[in-house]
Write a protein that binds this ligand. Sequence first.
Ligand code: PLP
Length: 420
Amino acid sequence: MESEYTKEQAIADFGTYVSPQKVKVYQALGVDFVPGRREGARIWDLDDSRSLINLRSSGGVFNLGHRPPQLVRVLKEALDNVDVGDHILMSAARAKLARRLAELMPGDIQYTIFSSGGGEAIDVALKLARGYTKRAGVISAVHGYHGHTGLALAATDKFSEKFGPLAPGFSRVPFGDADALQDVVGDDTAAVIMETIPATAGFVFPPDDYFGRVREICDRTGAVMILDEVQAGLSRTGRLWAIDEWEVVPDVMVLGKGMSGGIYPMSTTCYRPFLQAFFEGDPFSHVSSFGGSELGSTVCLEMLNIVSEPEFIAQVNSMGERLAAGLAQLREAHPKVLIGVRQKGLMVALLMADDRCGPAMTTALGERGALALFADFDLSVLQVMPPLTITAEEIDEVLEAMDGALGAVGEKLELAAARA
Ligand SMILES: Cc1ncc(COP(=O)(O)O)c(C=O)c1O
């Protein structure tokens, strides 16, 4: 049946029943690609006419590649024994996963609340901060992105503008500017929330002393420090948690995307013991029917055990170095288009000449067998987040595609320089 459903039909039905506007955008970008077969770092078009190396990984959902065999096996076994579980009852699968998270988390972060998606887990973090502190204020970062659910949307830049009135009490300061943060955090601040490495902003890194100062400001004022590692966590940066680089322990850490292993939605809000006091009055003051599904918890535990292995993290760093070496050569070859690179592990931003370059690179790479998207808040940046399991051969393939794509973008935008 499925083989008779053609790519043309899928595009027509998607346009008629899901979103005609999205179809137009995909076509304009030249990525009118309908994922069919998928395996490892690669996805094939539904008509099998071409394949792309996935440099998007859906923001980390596919950290372990598409359909990672070990996780598929664990999910199949779990399906023979459990189901989503009853969220009101205790759960062995959730207990085991929460214990493992506590073992791996920075500092004394101990407790976990489970959800299905990242935005929902951010909502939980902000509810917890407001409930515990009995304050309303939330400060997030300019160009921060935390999702499209209620409180997460209010903490998110740009996208939230369309949906007012939003939840009250939210304000924003530039990411990386501790003085600006200090000026606005006050007695009414429940939480300071930010991505450890803002992703939609184009993988921006803060000054070295920034998170230490954020920690100190929160300690002094009683605001809860929340870090969103939905994209940056789970060994993406070459460390298990992105914040490990700065050796700061937040009060709450939010995880999503890669927690699913790409096969079962899962997100978590992990927090330090003092916040547990909020639940003294009513332990059921937050519930979620599918949060921490037992099937998902089983998959997630296996995923965590894989990405926290020292050998796995060493491999992420080794592939990151290979990519970095290739990108340094590409900078020399295309100096007018590729003007810089920001990189930690396999979280990589290509910094290009101007805002035309990001969309043009997405198209040019699509034509050369790789899928990568420009940063929503900075169109001059191309986000590159391959599966953490990408091989050396695939990295080389990607670099070759990038070489051709940078050349094409340079010519198209008349930015081409004489080759070094
Ligand atoms: C940093 C960050 N936080 C939160 C979210 C929201 O996650 P979800 O789309 O699963 O709700 C995203 C999604 O892209 C994200 O990138």
